[in-house]
Design a protein. Sequence first.
Lengths: 523, 439
Amino acid sequence: MLPVPYIALMAARLVAGGRPRPSCVVYPAGCRMPEEVRTPVNPTANALSIDPGLLSRLAEIVGAQHVLTGPSALTVYEFDAYTLERQLPAAVVLPGSGEEVARVVRVLHDAGVPFVPRGAGTSLSGTTVPAPGSVVISLARMRRILEVDLRNRRAVVEPGVVNAWITRAVASGGYLFAPDPSSQGACTIGGNVGTNAGGPHTLKYGVTVNHILGLELVLPDGQVVELGGAVEDLPGYDLVGLVTGHEGTLGIVTKVIVRLVREPESCRTLLAVFDSVDAATRTVSQIIERGIIPAALEMMDNLVIRAVEDAFRFGFPTDAAAVLIIEVDGVNAGLGQQAEAAAAICRANGAREIRAAKSENERLRLWAARKKAFAALGRITSSYVTQDGVVPRTRLPEILAFVAQVGRKYGLRIANVFHAGDGNIHPILLYDERNPDEVRRVVQASDEILNACIDMGGSVTGEHGVGVEKVKHLSRMFSPADLEAMLDVRAVFNPRGLCNPGKIFPSPGGCAELQRPRRAAPA
Amino acid sequence: MSETPGSVASILQPLIDAAGADRVRPADPAADAVEGVVPRLVAAPADEEALARVLAFCHRHRLAVAPRGGGTQLELGGIPERLDVLVDVTPLARIVQYEPADLTVTVQAGMRLGELQAELGRRGQFLPVDPPTGGEATIGGLLATAASGPLRTGYSHLRDRLLGMRVVRADGTIVRSGGRVVKNVAGYDMGRLHTGALGTLGVIVEATFKVQPLPEAWGCVQVGPLAPEAAVAPAAALEALLAALLDAPAQPVLLEVLGPPARVLVGYAGVAAEVDFAVAEALRIAKKVLGSAGQAAAPVSWDAAHAETLAAHRSGDDAMLTLRLHGPSSQAATLLEQVVREAAAAGVPCRYAAHAAVGTLRVHLGAAADQALEGLVQSWLPAVRRWGGNLVVERAPLPLKRAIPVWGEPPPALFLMRALKEKFDPHRILNPGRYVGGL
């Protein structure tokens, strides 16, 4: 499938100064525009285009101070961490309770107005980019931890609770919430459920869906339903498993029962330094093959190492081709053996140096450097796009060589910092958004990388979700019948398509709105 | 338009056309009945496409279908409303792809768990699921019933290891979801929807799992008998022991309460040094929590303990009614006490096996009057509901099944389940009447 119209339109928009107009982003040349051509979007008119009666009904529910209108208030909600697309919503409401969420949804549903749930807006795939004329429902005010039950390893939390707060709340009891996306200092549990978030420790502990016992969900018509519960393995369809990863298209999560994990007694964190990316990726593959399951196994390449060293002065070797962060955890008695086994494999693959974090402080700094790697890249580039592909681990050397080749082909710097243990790559394409040619090349390069992931039997998204970014790729991964089954699910939950439209699946008629790219780099 | 009930001839030839002459036969009432309902025909398609054709035909003519794998859990659920064609999935039994270095395996649904484990074992890996029904169970059956065993404690449920799935929809369309890699959020997790759905939304034909390296060592400690004069341990003491074992740095992969006589088995896996430490710790904890008065805690062989646990979970000839109580782990000891006390008061023989960490209690009730058995079920359902739990009757005499709620209390989301069922099986041909809410 040719991405030609997409690129042509992107370039055309930039050349034309970014005048917004509807566009067909998904389909190859010859795509028919849908019967009902969408009316052109005028961002400044959005706030006025919403019915004032509707606004006052919303204000009655959440309080006037929690209904935002007007371009200056709304501009924060115009995009998320995906940044390439933006759309001002018609309004933003901030409910303070699940009951308020349900009433807001009911009002919007009855008025036929689309709505978009939003946590912290850290989505890297545009999951929370507002649809035109939509109302953003922000869960930011709902951030209480309602209940903690360490004996039964669960906690009940509101969706706006920041991921890291959960662990913070239970750490003194010796427990933690395992899913730890790099954005965990900002992202919310509601968002984690929406994307089935991952993070470095998913290798051993699993992803978000493996840690959710129950959900309270507001359906797109305003009904409230409990899914799962406080008890394990309840009979009935696994709707918790279905909704986790729904990217806000099946309803709005207003309460989450999370599963907690006993904090390991101890851990050993190693930094292994390699002179070639190949040696590092082979090491990753072999570690897994030998039956060692580290708690985390992360890789950073030279570009990232230099950026991170510049920012954090951790003492990373700036001439290394790649470093691996390997963490094993568990009972102290077994850690020495596991760490040594991993180190031996590193040495066998020519690791130049292996350093062990000697204190908790050192370990935390090492992880801080890893988790802030994306941000550190901001020092060396004005913009970047983070890709999120997955390949079988055994194909890691191949995909990374391919990524490097793609970088050379398109004349782009591509940095790699990612969950090597899972085969989940994050090639970060650096570019200057003021350079339309570079933007075009970034899109083409991304496409090639994602196609290669599919060809190698992987996925186009390991944890960031499809959002708007990968709608077109979904049809490369799944047949029309496969997608139809998923759309059947969505039709049950979201029959009018009002809840987060335009995400994951091509909309009827097949076209997703593409808005003009950002004009300025984020702060 | 349905066929004349009972008529085999009218549907035999079209099914032969769909699956092949040697793949379709009239049902044998002794071997092929499902909870007393005898299908007209048994079809055993050789591959996915043939199975799809069979289903497509059944869908068009509104013939009720029951998939069957190893047949180890056919007693689960309600009595079929109707049953025309039993679809034997066991011919779909090969490993489609196995990459030890990727820790992933893709296997057809008819493959027996025992055979899969043997294959994985050759490469030092395993699928950490150990249902009491044993190696005869098929992968598809395990998924459709969301089966689990004691190892669920340390290795998560099978649904947490599911990476991708292929399903034949009621109308015969073959669809897939997920993939073959361990991280994948592309599209909805349809595999989770079909797990535990008893085939009511589609017939599972293939699944991809994340496998686990076999640990270097296993170890186990038995604590007990905990109350030599009684059938069950005093709840407070038992709960104190369980809580202490669960809070310890060494996390068990197995934590079982079996009885009578009441005893606790706690198992560990990992490198040898880890397991040795864990076993020593468990002994120390048992002594500390229970004191020395008559409490025996000793290391036991993992294999023997694991086998004993599985046997305790299996219902035998002695069990007229087997049920599962689902509650919070912290209430397991109290619920067990109530179960044993009330069964004794009703004069009903009772033995139990509980996955204490998970909060799942399996209770086998012996021969007794239907009324007595019913009374116990009706007493225990509110007891678990109080804690947000539920109960599932895994086996019961047919007349009793009609009188008791075999799936406990329907979940609040039943209306959503119904809507999904209508969407995915509009002609209600897949296991009608057998699942939660009579779906």
